[in-house]
Design a protein around this ligand. Structure first.
Ligand SMILES: C[S@@+](CC[C@H](N)C(=O)[O-])C[C@H]1O[C@@H](n2cnc3c(N)ncnc32)[C@H](O)[C@@H]1O
Ligand code: SF4
Length: 417
């Protein structure tokens, strides 16, 4: 598995050098030259901890959340003051953990961000189904949230149970969503659980769209090595068939694919939390992607608060990209959104993607993975499957290793991927 990611990386980056992350902590971040900048804020609290979940989180207490949000506001001021003028950004996304748990504080976090950033493209937040009630939704809406993403996983008791979660009641969600509507209501599902068939996924998606969702994210179950999940990933061939079937089903319903795992009702609901060319991340475990560097904040809530109180950025690791590495990283995430715009690539790098990656584009075209479309290249359904396959390797080879280390070591010396 590692061989595959290493071979692909060596071919595409023209180098055998791994991505090397080291314990450098830049005192100043430069982001005035970043096209398509987005903002991400991590809220690492949950009511209870799910044994399959890889994200940085701990059990919610009001005291911990209060200390954390105070530090978060300070981090926003520190980073915001690094530019002399206001910065225009696309979207703001609150991920977790469960950001809705700090719904009463989101208003002041957003107001603080607005002191430095003009947010032009909406504000998203993740919710656990238990947060989908009128008072919490009203708080989110008043704070300025326009898009919500609810972690359903499955409405069907047998699959919810297999993930150790209660099955959400769709009528209850629909009633709250009807009282407090949002521009985008996305629901997250996990597929490729033992015994899961297309029929189960169809039921889940149909229930979502008939109970207030206008967008869904359907993630394949990933069995991270460091989580204590008793559930094992579905064998590749079975998962492939299920992914093909569910993609065909979404297409037959007229849904629009807006990233590898997300589908929207036709109309203006496009929404993906992950596909920004550059972004600033605030909070523990948050990542920041700039023109030529990528940094990761410490995963420890206590170490995060301690850094901020000392007036330091909470960076644990940084990598500096070569130009070629940065292009590969850029294309990876653009492929995730299923479309690579030649003009955007040129604006970022000053050259055409097909000139820089002539043989890779030729091969992808020959294999039927991409097709030429007005202004760029579109991933075909076949390409989307193989992208998924490669992303799965990438997740296990890179993310599993890095997060596995960082959840135990607040400040590792270095990590090579
Ligand atoms: C941060 S959580 C969402 C919000 C909320 N905390 C919740 O669980 O309802 C983000 C999403 O990641 C997905 N996820 C978590 N662990 C996963 C795993 N091991 N494999 C695939 N998807 C996973 C779930 O669909 C989850 O809703
Ligand atoms: S899946 Fe959601 S609720 Fe469960 S531990 Fe992860 S972030 Fe928390």
């Amino acid at each position: 598995m590692n061989l595959l990611t290493t071979a692909a990386r060596t071919w595409l980056t023209h180098s055998t050098a791994p991505y090397r992350f080291t314990a450098q902590n830049d005192a100043v971040l430069r982001y005035d030259d970043c096209p398509g900048l987005g903002l991400y804020v991590h809220i690492p609290f949950c009511r209870s901890i799910c044994n399959f979940c890889p994200y940085c989180k701990e059990r919610y207490t009001p005291q911990a959340a209060e200390a954390y949000t105070a530090a978060l506001l300070q981090e926003i001021h520190m980073v915001g003051r690094m530019q002399s003028s206001r910065t225009r950004v696309g979207s703001l996304y609150f991920g977790g953990g469960t950001p809705a748990l700090v719904a009463p504080q989101l208003g002041s976090i957003i107001a603080t961000l607005r002191q430095y950033y003009d947010i032009t493209d909406g504000i998203g937040a993740e919710l656990h189904p238990a947060d989908v009630n009128e008072p919490t939704l009203t708080l989110l809406k008043k704070a300025g949230v326009t898009r919500i993403s609810i972690g359903i996983q499955s409405f069907l008791p047998e699959f919810a149970r297999c993930l150790g979660r209660p099955a959400p009641l769709p009528e209850k969600l629909a009633a709250a969503l009807a009282q407090v509507p949002f521009e985008t209501v996305s629901m997250d599902f996990i597929f490729a659980l033992p015994g899961q068939k297309l029929e189960h996924i169809r039921q889940d998606l149909d229930t979502a769209f008939s109970h207030g969702a206008n967008h869904v994210a359907v993630y394949p179950f990933i069995d991270f090595s460091f989580t204590g999940s008793p559930v094992h990933a579905m064998p590749g061939r079975e998962k492939h068939r299920l992914l093909d079937e569910l993609t065909a089903y979404c297409e037959s319903r007229g849904l629009v694919r807006d990233s590898i795992w997300t589908f929207a009702l036709p109309g203006n609901h496009r929404y993906s939390s992950m596909t920004r060319d550059t972004f600033l991340g605030f909070g523990c475990s948050a990542t920041t992607l700039l023109r030529d560097s990528f940094k990761i904040n410490t995963f420890s809530v206590a170490a995060y608060i301690d850094c901020i109180q000392k007036g330091q950025l909470p960076t644990a690791l940084t990598t500096r990209f070569t130009r070629r590495q940065r292009m590969v990283y850029y294309l990876f995430w653009r492929a995730y959104s299923t479309f690579v715009s030649s003009a955007d690539f040129k604006e970022f790098f000053g050259s055409e993607p097909e000139t820089e990656f002539r043989s890779a584009f030729w091969l992808a075209h020959r294999l039927g993975y991409i097709r030429r479309e007005q202004g760029g290249y579109r991933l075909t359904p076949r390409g989307a499957y193989y992208f998924h396959y490669f992303e799965n390797f990438y997740t296990l080879a890179y993310i599993d290793k890095m997060w596995g280390i960082m959840r135990h070591t607040p400040f590792p010396e270095s990590i090579e991927l």
